[in-house]
Design a protein around this ligand. Structure first.
Ligand code: GUN
Length: 281
């Protein structure tokens, strides 16, 4: 049976560490703030945004969630971002994705000051990750690396296979694994014979968005399997990995819920506190 990559327990530990950093900032008279922008009424985004605000509250981070209607224009969204860039109460600004389809996501993300980009989605931060410079790293990829390292999963020289090539998860996590000296394969919807790739993986990251997509026959015995999926099936949340079957084959596995998602929010809190610490220096 696989060892559980317990995101809930790891995130609790992380939040305790972050509480200490918050105390240190408070002792210097420094407050920390996060602005979250939600455009439209995507039900999943509503849940994520609420969880982010809850985590801020737990740590004593000042947070505001700004809700804009579905029909918001690019100009209105960017005007709001400009205001938040200027607002000293906010060390971090997060625009919840996906945006409604009529909006230009890349332009909106570029509008956020790179030093306030706690999601690591600004091209400056993405470019820094790509070129091996210190910048803000996207929360989910950073959380995945944190989980693997906390469990002492060997990385250097190992085969890592990532399924999914999004800017939010697939591409940045591939880059982080490469920085850890993994040999990285980035698979996607057009990959021929996906299972031939996944079966070679010592570390397998599934960010596909399809329920129970990764089956036991696709997993190398002993592999570390990280499930990034959040899919709703018959009112139940399931990941991209067929957990019950894969946990019998894998060496490590992250559950859904209680896995990567918990770490993502923890890393968002860390990126926000880091932005305040940077500003203080
Ligand atoms: N949508 C899905 N994941 C994320 C994330 O990490 N940040 C933002 N802003 N939107 C998301």
């Amino acid at each position: 049976m696989a060892i559980l990559l317990d995101g809930k327990a790891m995130a609790a530990q992380l939040m305790a560490d972050l509480q200490g950093r918050m105390d240190a900032l408070r002792a210097q008279g420094i407050s920390v703030g996060l602005a979250v922008v939600l455009v439209g009424d995507d039900p999943a985004s509503q849940v994520y945004v609420r969880n982010k605000a809850k985590a801020c509250q737990e740590l004593g981070i000042y947070s505001e969630t700004i809700r804009l209607p579905q029909e918001t224009t690019q100009q209105e969204l960017e005007a709001l971002i400009d205001r938040l860039n200027q607002d000293d109460r906010f060390d971090g600004i997060l625009v919840q994705l996906p945006l409604p389809r009529h909006l230009n996501e890349a332009a909106a993300l570029r509008r956020i000051l790179a030093e306030k980009d706690v999601d690591g989605f600004h091209i400056e931060n993405a470019g820094k990750l790509f070129t091996g410079q210190n910048g803000v790293v996207a929360c989910t990829p950073k959380g995945i690396l944190h989980m693997l390292k906390a469990a002492n999963v060997p990385l250097s020289g190992k085969e890592a296979v990532v399924i999914g090539r999004s800017n939010i998860v697939g591409k940045p996590v591939a880059m982080l694994l490469l920085n850890e000296n993994c040999t990285v394969t980035l698979c996607h919807s057009r990959t021929a014979d996906l299972a031939a790739h996944t079966r070679r993986a010592d570390i397998l990251v599934a960010a596909v968005g399809r329920p129970r997509f990764v089956t036991a026959d696709m997993v190398k015995p002993g592999a570390a399997v990280v499930d990034v999926g959040i899919n709703r099936v018959d009112g139940k949340v399931v990941g991209d990995v067929d957990f019950e079957a894969v946990e019998r084959v894998a060496g490590y596995i992250s559950p859904v819920p209680g896995g990567v998602g918990k770490m993502t929010i923890g890393m968002l809190m860390e990126n926000t506190i880091e932005a305040a610490e940077r500003k203080a220096r």
